[in-house]
Design a protein around this ligand. Structure first.
Ligand SMILES: Nc1ncnc2c1ncn2[C@@H]1O[C@H](COP(=O)(O)OP(=O)(O)OP(=O)(O)O)[C@@H](O)[C@H]1O
Length: 321
């Protein structure tokens, strides 16, 4: 005779309360195991443990364990800019890495459908995500950050010439992937540049908890940044802060930072726009070189990593608040 009560107790203990009470029919045990937040190795180990424990119970000939994940709170932080080329992708990738170093369970989505660059920045070019029950499983990029990009879905070098609804659909698939099961509860989303309909509908549909704006110090870029801010306001997405990128030039020889565009413009603009200033990142050859090589500069513990870490710390405080 199978003692279901004793088995339920045993399963609850080894799964930390994640196993549902087992049911028994004609010698077959069925149960659900909530694997939200576990990384793939921990999930598989727990599923195997639960199954073998059930099989060891007297009178049990088979055990079927259904893995489930509550879609609980994956928070989205959208990273946007008013125009292209200001370093939005570089900032997104390095923020993801820096937040992970601070202990966040962070993932990265490259929503820049027409010019995806995260696969290169995060050294995951050529990888293809698997899917289970029509939902993609994130792949693992540099520094162990789970990630997905359009670049993982189309053959290398193929131009993506899609119209609005198809783009919306593709973005939806990237965002609805199995993030919680990959251990992610904070998703950095690198938005396409600009302030068009795609961005607006994406923001309305996927409701980020907040937005980070990236801008260069030049006035023109700041005017564009103002447009990006109004896009987020239209979508009722709170502003987490402004990042000034390519702010000053870091000499590759002595490391000294000079400021051809002056200093403090972005901080003042953030003040005028009523949002926090998260920090500045210098224009540095080392950042470009490391990014091109797929080794995010934030991963190191040198002076190149520090601006990214400082911004991640400021953002982390905002997220906690
Ligand atoms: N702080 C920096 N110092 C040096 N190079 C940088 C810095 N930030 C970005 N870059 C370089 O500038 C180029 C553009 O950066 P990136 O692709 O991140 O911009 P983007 O705003 O995402 O552009 P797009 O909107 O076109 O995708 C890249 O070659 C990148 O390595």
């Amino acid at each position: 005779m199978t003692d279901l009560k004793a088995l339920a107790q045993q399963l609850a203990t080894i799964s930390g309360g994640r196993a549902s009470p087992p049911r028994l029919k004609e010698g077959v045990i069925t149960l659900a195991l909530d694997v939200s937040g576990l990384d793939p190795a921990a999930r598989d180990a727990m599923a195997a443990d639960v199954r073998s424990t059930a099989l060891a119970a007297p009178g049990v000939s088979d055990a079927r364990v259904a893995l489930t994940a509550e879609r609980r709170g994956v928070r989205i932080v959208a990273v946007g800019s008013g125009k292209g080329g200001v370093g939005k992708s570089t900032v997104s990738a390095n923020l993801a890495v820096a937040l992970k170093k601070l202990g966040h369970h962070v993932g990265l989505v490259d929503a820049d459908i027409h010019g995806p660059s995260q696969a290169r920045l995060m050294a995951s070019e050529g990888q293809r995500p698997a899917a289970r029950d029509s939902r993609m499983i994130p792949i693992i990029g540099a520094q162990g950050v789970p990630m997905l990009s359009m670049a993982h879905l189309v053959p290398d070098g193929q131009a993506i010439a899609w119209r609005g609804p198809m783009v919306g659909n593709a973005l939806g698939q990237l965002l609805d992937a199995r993030w919680a099961e990959a251990g992610v509860d904070l998703l950095i989303v690198d938005l396409p540049p600009g302030t068009g309909d795609i961005q607006l509908s994406m923001l309305q549909k996927h409701k980020p908890m907040g937005a980070v704006i990236v801008s260069t110090p030049q006035d023109l870029a700041l005017i564009d940044a103002t447009r990006a801010v109004s896009l987020f306001e239209q979508a009722h997405v709170p502003m987490l802060g402004l990042v000034e990128n390519m702010a000053g030039y870091a000499c590759p020889h002595c490391g000294e930072v000079s400021d051809p565009f002056g200093q403090g413009g972005a901080e003042a603009a953030a003040g005028r726009m009523g949002m926090p200033f998260l920090g500045r990142i210098p224009l540095a050859m080392a950042i470009r070189q490391a990014s091109d090589a797929g080794t995010p500069p934030a991963a190191g513990d040198d002076a190149v990593a520090e601006p990214f870490m400082a911004i991640a710390r400021a953002l982390s405080e905002r997220l906690a608040g």
